[in-house]
Design a protein around this ligand. Structure first.
Ligand code: F3S
Length: 392
């Protein structure tokens, strides 16, 4: 592995023991994966910070890093946690859960993380085209690579911690321009409905791990695109898709498309995946939106649909804390109409069962997949229908 002067200094221990260890781990992983050198990274996004998911072993691991002097070398944001930091009691959580989750967040902040607690780092502090970053949340990775043209692989939670400490990542995979070339063409002309999440889930299921060039799909808005990308990341290990008229790199490969294997999925295949992750049961406990986290446009859209009406069913929204503090008035209006609004967390990484929810309607195929695999009964509808159903 080629190391530059600065990396050699880190390896010699000049920048401290933890940074030396972190860089050593990055080098070992890079060598295993065939990297010849490392790249400096500008931004890291750490996923896997929910106490529900990582438990005591995860907490102890982060504690060891923080207590031994681990500090992040670049801008580092963090994914949703297992609870709303202010409204954890309303979420039915106990003091033990609160304390442990709070400790995880405090340790990450001590190491230098910005407590964004959201899976939309691409809106909070977006990377630039071509920028090398290390992100660990699949919807964020897909958005960064496919919509912005930044460079990141799908990094695992612990790896991002070491990347944030060392400020380096192995120069492999989607970080290299030539390896961002599409490997399969996906023509969506035969899918004529607007089930964006399910369509993304189907694309991921068919393509699994390649780089799809996707065409003949139009999105009404950014949230539909985000639901689509999040679902691709759920049913596959894809980290980049080139979407015609959306991805900044798509035009580079236009002439290459004819040479690719082409798949043309249809509505029948879409219905098959729908029946895998969406149920037709009745009497749901709640209707939930915000996977990925809602941003301002989606919240405004909900406000418009609600108008002067009140929610007659339990309607729950998950948003970033950044938006919570910026849009207090708008959100207060929705709350007065009966919406429950949580920040810092989401429907998948929080223990929903503590909120007395077992059967749920969502607008996200990603959420539907994870919740149904945890034993919840889940139905998927469009965002508009989710809001309307909650008002009926
Ligand atoms: Fe975000 Fe949670 Fe969904 S982290 S993408 S809202 S599973």
């Amino acid at each position: 592995m080629f190391l530059d002067k600065e990396e050699e200094k880190i390896i010699s221990g000049e920048a401290g023991y933890i940074k030396q260890r972190a860089l050593n781990i990055i080098i070992k992983i890079g060598e295993t994966l065939g990297a010849e050198k490392l790249t400096k990274i500008k931004k890291v996004h750490i996923s896997g910070i929910s106490y529900k998911n990582i438990g005591d072993p995860g907490l102890e691991f982060i504690e060891k890093l923080a207590e031994n002097g681990g500090r992040f070398s670049c801008y580092t944001s963090i994914n949703p946690a297992g609870m709303d930091l202010a409204m954890w009691k309303e979420m039915g959580l106990d003091e033990n859960f609160f304390k442990k989750q709070k400790k995880i967040i405090d340790l990450l902040v001590k190491m230098g993380a910005v407590p964004t607690l959201s899976c939309v780092p691409y809106f909070i502090n977006p990377p630039k085209y071509g920028e090398q970053i290390a992100w660990g949340e699949s919807n964020a990775v897909l958005y960064a690579n496919s919509v912005i043209g930044a460079r990141t692989n799908r990094e695992g939670g612990p790896l991002t911690l070491f990347e944030a400490i060392s400020g380096r990542a192995p120069l492999i995979g989607l970080r290299i321009d030539e390896l961002r070339k599409p490997t399969i063409a996906v023509d969506l002309r035969n899918i004529d409905n607007k089930k964006y999440g399910l369509t993304g889930y189907l694309v991921g299921k068919i393509v699994k791990k390649d780089i799809p060039y996707i065409f003949n799909i139009k999105f009404k808005d950014k949230y539909d695109l985000r639901l689509f990308l999040a679902a691709i990341g759920t049913s596959s290990s894809i980290g980049l898709t080139l979407i015609e008229n959306i991805s900044p790199e798509a035009h580079l490969w236009k002439n290459h498309i004819k040479e690719l294997e082409k798949v043309v999925p249809d509505n029948k295949e879409l219905m098959d995946v729908e029946s895998e992750i969406s149920s037709e049961a009745e009497n749901y406990d709640a209707i939930m939106v915000g996977c990925p986290h809602l941003f301002i446009d989606e919240i405004r859209k909900i406000v418009n649909i609600v108008g002067n009406k009140r929610f007659s069913k339990r309607f729950i929204m998950f948003i970033p804390r950044f938006i919570y503090f910026r849009e207090k008035k708008l959100l207060e209006g929705l709350r007065k109409r009966g919406a429950e609004i949580y920040r810092d967390t989401c429907m998948v990484v929080s223990p929903l069962i503590n909120m007395n929810i077992k059967k749920v309607i969502v607008d996200s195929a990603k959420a539907a997949y994870y919740l149904s695999s945890e034993g919840y009964t889940v139905k998927i509808v469009s965002t508009e229908n989710a809001v309307r159903m909650a008002l009926e």
